[in-house]
Ligand binder design. Structure first.
Ligand code: FAD
Length: 487
């Protein structure tokens, strides 16, 4: 039995803690914030409940697989509902496409938009499903230790798809700009431009159209609570308000954390905090990656978020609604190529109270608005306000209603908050993007190459951004730690 100290209480840390406790270790989680969950924290105000980070529950099979490892099922901890429609995408006033809850209905929606497109979509989805079966059922469960992990008979047949991009593949088949936007949308979860994301990642399209979008009752935070519950049953101790100030290294081995000025000894240290930040907790000579290394990486966007309580039900929107009524190419250049506040941002709005009565008072609506941004921009209150005005005006016009005067309160969260709350590198929202050169063994490693007994997990390492990958990351690192324990 080893004493294992875990930094942070995000999805990846919680997942790892469950596996490590199940293997018989004494596990303690140290979280700097007052509440657990990391990016998936919850915010409550005046009878409204908001998920502060993730709102899309995709890849239900990954959650099932996690709980099955503990002889459990998700419904032991939270209730899931498949959303129909899954989401709606606006392209202008009264101009939208609704994505429903089955492939057949989506084929019909495509056909209505462009004759012949459903045939192309069937072909595209066959390949996307094939990729999903290879990637999510197998490849992403490999720890990124060696390039050979990716070499299998099936992946060799797919090599071409690692060198083409989602954007090229979609545009080869489809010409309608609305359908192109919808097919390019899922890979945005991976943090890079579709034109910089390998075509193999079309498995995200299968996750979207083939598997569907779910809502855990009371929100994504109920998944965090479920995992906390499981972790504690397995014996994990979770401590909040524990800011880790330093990782102590003796004779090349990590042997203690300094928390609020106190030394806490451990046999193994695992960090689920952002990788870059974790390395700053080490003396310089023990860091594996230089500032220059991080500077050159493609980070997933940051976000400007608003959590809004409305004093009425909002019309003409669905639980998940995307506003793609502006030029996405331009906005993505402002995120990745020439980082700046976007002129005309696309944005996302979520109204969980459309589905879930528990998240707002009767007759009112909880709204979450998200604008993707380049990490590292200057974040000041006046700019936040300016962008709220910008998107709310567009929202009113596009959805044909007044909403601004019904705002009871609005709270914002942006780059400075990502830095101060999560020690996020440049305020990134969801980690290191999955580009070709930032995939699998090319990502920062789960195990330190410089310090013994020090491990990493989470969205900056393997396999990448998102809640399902965070669960997988926790499993992968726990597997590596156990392997080492046995040697
Ligand atoms: C706005 C937003 C929307 C998103 N939408 C979706 C979505 O819809 N679907 C989806 O699947 N994914 C989504 N994601 C991504 C997903 O939420 C993340 O990939 C995932 O939650 C990351 O988990 P993690 O464990 O890697 O890191 P985190 O959740 O960041 O956890 C790291 C933890 O470490 C703690 N910590 C940091 N420094 C210290 C320290 N020095 N001492 C102690 N503790 C420390 C932090 O406080 C934090 O709790 C979204 C993310 C954001 C931000």
């Amino acid at each position: 039995m080893k004493e294992i100290a875990i930094i942070g209480s995000g999805f990846s840390s919680l997942a790892a803690s469950c596996y490590l406790a199940q293997a018989g270790n004494k596990v303690t989680i140290y979280e700097k914030n007052q509440t657990i969950g990391g990016r998936a924290r919850q915010f409550k105000k005046d009878g409204f409940t908001f998920d502060m980070g993730p709102t899309w529950y995709w890849m239900p099979d990954v959650f099932e697989r996690f709980f099955k490892d503990f002889d459990k099922v998700p419904s032991d901890f939270y209730a899931l509902e498949k959303l129909n429609p899954a989401y709606r995408v606006f392209f202008g006033t009264d101009d939208y496409i609704t994505i429903e809850d089955s492939l057949e209905k989506i084929y019909t929606a495509f056909e209505n938009e462009e004759a012949g497109s459903s045939v192309k979509l069937r072909k595209f989805m066959d390949q996307a499903m094939d990729n999903y079966n290879i990637a999510i059922k197998d490849l992403v469960y490999r720890p990124g230790v060696s390039p050979l992990e990716l070499v299998t008979v099936t992946t060799m047949k797919k090599v071409g798809q690692f060198f083409s991009t989602i954007s090229k593949d979609v545009r080869r088949e489809f010409t309608n700009p609305k359908l192109i936007s919808i097919l390019e949308f899922p890979v945005l979860f991976l943090g890079a431009k579709p034109s910089n994301t390998p075509a193999f990642y079309s498995f995200m399209n299968y996750a979207d159209f083939g598997l569907g979008t779910f809502h855990p009752k009371k929100g994504m935070y109920s998944v965090i609570e479920g995992m906390k519950n499981l972790a504690e049953k397995l014996g994990v101790k979770i401590m909040t308000n524990q800011n880790v100030e330093k990782i102590n290294v003796e004779n090349g081995k990590a042997d203690a954390l300094i928390i609020n000025g106190q030394k806490i000894e451990a046999d193994i240290i695992l960090s689920g905090a952002d990788y870059h930040h974790t390395e700053t907790l080490l003396d310089k000579k023990f860091r594996q990656y230089s500032e220059n290394y991080w500077e050159k990486k493609t980070f997933a966007p940051s976000s400007l978020l608003f959590y809004v309580g409305f004093d009425k039900k909002i019309e003409n929107v669905d639980h998940h609604t995307l506003f793609f009524d502006v030029d996405f190419q331009k906005h993505s250049q402002e995120i990745y190529d020439a980082p700046q506040w976007p002129n005309d941002p696309l944005f996302y709005a979520s109204f969980p109270s459309k589905t879930d009565k528990s998240v707002s008072p009767e007759g009112k609506e909880a709204g979450i608005f998200l604008i993707p941004l380049a990490p590292g921009l200057d974040d000041i209150p006046e700019i936040r306000e300016e962008y709220f005005e910008k998107i709310i005006d567009r929202f009113e016009k596009i959805t044909n209603q007044e909403v601004k005067k019904y705002v009871i309160f609005k709270e914002s969260f942006c780059i400075n908050d990502f830095v101060s709350d999560y020690n996020s590198y440049k305020g990134n929202a969801y980690g290191l993007a999955n580009t070709l050169l930032q995939t699998a063994f090319l990502r920062p490693k789960l195990k330190s190459g410089k310090v013994k007994n020090l491990f990493f997990t989470g969205q900056l390492t393997v396999p990448g951004p998102g809640v399902p990958p965070a669960l997988i990351s926790g499993k992968l690192v726990a597997g590596l730690i156990e392997k080492e324990n046995k040697n």
